[in-house]
Design a protein around this ligand. Structure first.
Ligand code: CA
Ligand code: CA
Ligand code: CA
Length: 269
């Protein structure tokens, strides 16, 4: 009887480990964007400016992401540890349409998904491009655009959502460059903004940063890196996000009466 109980416990532990296996894979966020102590290759071009609506410069974003990370409201994915979520393999590379990011000291997790384009691959070191942190970056398995859709935040505060994103598109020494790269961003109010840049043919010489911030009261639903010449197979390194607690406007309360009553009470405090 005692032996059976132990067997049962062992079976339960094994089942728990199996079910928790691949889905537990996550990138652990860090607080520094484009570290230079390990990887001296750095951002070369900043496509966004604080002077433009919904855009952030690299210096502003770097300051904001450090503070957000310290407060448990975001972080930097450097793709140098962790794996894609539930990856398959294509050749020797892992592929998946999902990755999870653990932040706030492991208390929160953000799911990022490529819902319509080709799968993510890596992270790894791929030829003709150089990471801006560590040695690894995220690539695309197919010659298609990069899509980043934001899902629910596990363990997040009520109303917590992604309100700023920073990412760097790596330049590549390849005949398909130079080429136009446009970052498209959709907010919760369905407004889409478009940020163009032209990226040179270069290994590490024209790594281009895009910083985006949502309008007040909105959050970011989707970020797309639209590559004009889809033979490029580019890479992204240091994908970073900042979250905030979005408080619904009073006018939207008819849809969420109970929740809004609580939020409005909190607002007055
Ligand atoms: Ca660097
Ligand atoms: Ca990296
Ligand atoms: Ca560079």
């Amino acid at each position: 009887m005692k032996f059976n109980t132990i067997q049962m416990i062992m079976a339960m532990v094994a089942a728990a480990l199996l079910s928790a296996g691949p889905t537990q894979a996550a990138f652990t966020a860090v607080g520094v964007y484009d570290e230079n102590s390990v990887q001296t290759n750095a951002v070369d071009t900043v496509a966004t400016s604080d002077a433009n609506p919904n855009q952030l410069s690299l210096s502003t974003f770097t300051t904001q992401i450090a503070a957000a990370y310290a407060a448990g409201f975001g972080g930097v994915v450097n793709f140098d540890s962790g794996t894609l979520t539930d990856p398959n393999t294509s050749g020797t590379y892992p592929v998946s349409d999902t990755f999870d990011v653990s932040y706030a000291g492991g208390a929160k997790s953000l799911r990022v998904t490529d819902i319509e384009s080709g799968d993510y691959t890596g992270p790894g070191s791929f030829s003709e491009r150089t990471a801006i942190s560590g040695s690894q970056f995220l690539a695309q398995i197919s010659s298609s655009d990069f899509w980043f859709d934001f899902g629910a935040i596990t363990g997040g505060a009520p109303g917590e959502a992604v309100t700023a994103v920073g990412l760097t598109v790596l330049s590549r020494a390849n005949a398909s460059f130079p080429q136009d790269v446009t970052v498209l961003v959709r907010f919760t109010n369905d407004v889409v903004i478009s940020i163009p840049s032209n990226i040179a043919s270069s290994n590490g010489g024209d790594d281009t940063f895009f910083g985006i911030v949502a309008p007040e009261g909105e959050s970011i639903v989707r970020v797309v890196v639209n590559i004009s010449n889809n033979t490029a197979y580019t890479g992204v390194d240091d994908f970073a996000f900042i979250t905030s607690i979005i408080v619904p406007e009073p006018g939207t309360c008819s849809l969420l009466v109970a929740g809004c009553a609580i939020l409005l009470r909190r607002r007055r405090v």
